[in-house]
Design a binder for this molecule. Structure first.
Ligand SMILES: CC(=O)N[C@H]1[C@@H](OP(=O)(O)OP(=O)(O)OC[C@H]2O[C@@H](n3ccc(=O)[nH]c3=O)[C@H](O)[C@@H]2O)O[C@H](CO)[C@@H](O)[C@@H]1O[C@H](C)C(=O)N[C@@H](C)C(=O)N[C@H](CCC(=O)O)C(=O)O
Length: 520
């Protein structure tokens, strides 16, 4: 058992800035003497506080960050930035106190100032939406690399600085970490960065102080309704990315009905893209760019991207399913909007190792030549299940076996629908555990069984815990020609059980199960 918290990437050679200047430039009230104090970093966690940091005490869901002011002082913080409530809590710490109405809202601007991230920034791409934002970000990175740029990446899976890779804790890091990451990227010569932007990040000001050159929207469907009151609130959380504070221009995919609403609510110039046969025909008719899937196999998808002024790109990429062609189309149009020529992008796609780029755990085939095809996927919403199951079924001569569990302590309202969609699209369903967190795994499975019972089509259903056992049961039931789709864990290398991250890889478990069954 181990609990591993990924490191926060910071600049290796921070350049100190006078704290008095920050207060002056931002017109902030303060108590305590600031003259002579220099700041080299910013954090909102004492667990990641370096001497010389400004500690930003935010009111959290559980506790006010300012209640850790004394620990911050002991760890070498130069001052604390907080609100009125925080100032009372920090009074005994001996730290100078800089007052702001909302520390979370102030964090992005302050971090940008400390790390000087608005000084010659790289090309910034930000992608949001329920499904496809990680894949789109990886695709952007892959093509940008082929175009000759040193790239950076921030996704739910990993952060990349050129060739350096570190696993992620949050999908979108807190603003202090985001700006530290960008400063570290600058040291490494990074000139283009693809960032996955979650709704929670927008609601919590995690991308404040960044202006994306191009913002992308994939789609919106049921997710995160533990955090948002309803779909409308979830939609509204995404909209600020399409605001001049956050992006210069946008590319909006119209495949879900929310695309049209993003266009209507956007306050920046946007261009649109839609997938023929999947978006509403009226949206396809008005979209400036269209994606048309031409041919598909279990190994690749060929598609045509058509844009204004007769622009066209026909390509065949090692991506599975129409939804991946939609993500690729979005990434390509985002690059066009950033000023790259479609022809150059086409050449980058054709180049060896281009988009072959590693898309870890995105309908990743982990089986070999013999035996059932086994795919591990990261999708964990009903919509993602539907698309991935449809793609897998299409190339499966035999039966489709699905293995999945649901997140504990995350949106419980989607569990019935996830299970119903999974039952509808599979011949055999193996219901198992995912990250139980602090919930009871057996009762999550019971809810999933209830949801599966709502499907019109009833597959053979097994309930197997833990997931290491579930994949072995699935493999033992599979025959040559069958496919197994294990949805949820994707690239992740741990399971969260009662707050402890236990090392575990679905990809490794699936390979081991195939070996033990004599298929590999
Ligand atoms: C609901 C939520 O967003 N919570 C975030 C929030 O935690 P919190 O408000 O509970 O913080 P708290 O425990 O009350 O502590 C308050 C403050 O005291 C600080 N503190 C606390 C203890 C201590 O010893 N020292 C210290 O400095 C904390 O760092 C924090 O700044 O602030 C923390 C510090 O930055 C975040 O790690 C934490 O994200 C948690 C881990 C989380 O799971 N967030 C999810 C909802 C999330 O943001 N998900 C999205 C989308 C995922 C997706 O794409 O599906 C994401 O972008 O990851």
């Amino acid at each position: 058992m181990s609990s591993r918290i990924p490191p926060v990437l910071r600049p290796e050679h921070p350049s100190p800035r006078p704290l008095a200047r920050l207060v002056q430039e931002f017109s902030l009230a303060h108590t305590g003497e600031l003259d002579g104090l220099e700041v080299t970093g910013v954090t909102l966690s004492t667990r990641d506080l370096h001497p010389g940091d400004l500690y930003v005490g935010v009111p959290g869901a559980k506790v006010h960050g300012a209640s850790f002011a004394e620990q911050a002082a002991e760890a070498g913080a130069v001052a604390i930035v907080t609100d009125d409530a925080g100032a009372e809590l920090a009074a005994g710490s001996g730290l100078p106190i800089i007052l702001v109405p909302s520390p979370r809202e102030a964090l992005g601007g302050i971090a940008s100032w400390v790390y000087r991230t608005d000084d010659d920034p790289p090309l910034l791409f930000g992608t949001t939406g329920t499904n496809g934002k990680t894949s789109t970000s990886y695709l952007l990175e892959a093509v940008l690399k082929q175009l000759g740029l040193i790239t950076g990446l921030s996704t739910t899976a990993e952060r990349h600085i050129g060739e350096l890779s570190v696993v992620s804790l949050l999908t979108t890091p807190e603003a202090s970490e985001m700006h530290a990451l960008l400063a570290r990227m600058r040291e490494a010569g990074v000139r283009a960065v693809a960032v996955e932007v979650s709704a929670q990040a927008l609601s919590r000001h995690r991308v404040d102080g960044l202006v994306f050159d191009v913002a992308g929207f994939t789609n919106l469907s049921h997710d995160h309704l533990d955090d948002y009151a309803d779909m409308e609130a979830y939609f509204q959380a995404k909209l600020p990315l399409f605001d001049p504070d956050h992006a210069r221009r946008g590319v909006v995919c119209l495949d879900s009905p929310y695309g049209r609403r993003i266009v209507a609510g956007s306050r920046i110039p946007v261009t649109t893209i839609a997938t023929i046969g999947h978006a509403d025909p009226e949206d396809v008719a008005v979209a400036e760019w269209t994606v048309e899937v031409l041919d598909e196999t279990a190994a690749y998808t060929g598609f045509r991207l058509t844009g204004p002024d007769g622009r066209e790109l026909v390509t065949r990429e090692p991506l599975i399913g129409w939804h991946m062609a939609a993500n690729a189309g979005l990434a390509i149009v985002m690059l066009v909007e950033a000023g790259f020529q479609l022809e150059a992008i086409g050449a980058a796609l054709e180049a060896d190792g281009g988009i072959q780029a590693y898309l870890p755990g995105r309908t990743e085939r982990v089986s070999g030549e013999r035996g059932p095809s086994v795919y591990v996927d990261f999708g964990h919403s009903p919509d993602a299940f539907e698309n991935t199951l449809a793609a897998v079924r299409k190339f499966t001569p035999g039966r489709t076996i699905m293995v999945f569990g649901a997140d504990g302590d995350r949106d419980a309202t989607k569990r019935h629908e996830m299970a119903r969609v999974a039952a509808e699209g599979s011949d055999i369903l193996v219901i198992t555990d995912h990250h139980p967190r602090f919930e009871d795994a057996a009762s999550i499975r019971a809810t999933l069984l209830e949801g599966a019972a709502l499907a019109e089509h009833q597959p053979e259903i097994h309930e197997v815990s833990p997931p290491e056992q579930a994949i072995r049961v699935a493999v033992s039931l599979a025959r040559e020609g069958d496919s197994i789709l294990w949805a949820g864990p994707g690239h992740q290398d741990y399971r969260d059980i009662r707050g402890v991250r236990t090392p575990y890889s679905a990809r490794d478990e699936a390979r081991a199960a195939l070996r033990e069954a004599g298929w590999a």
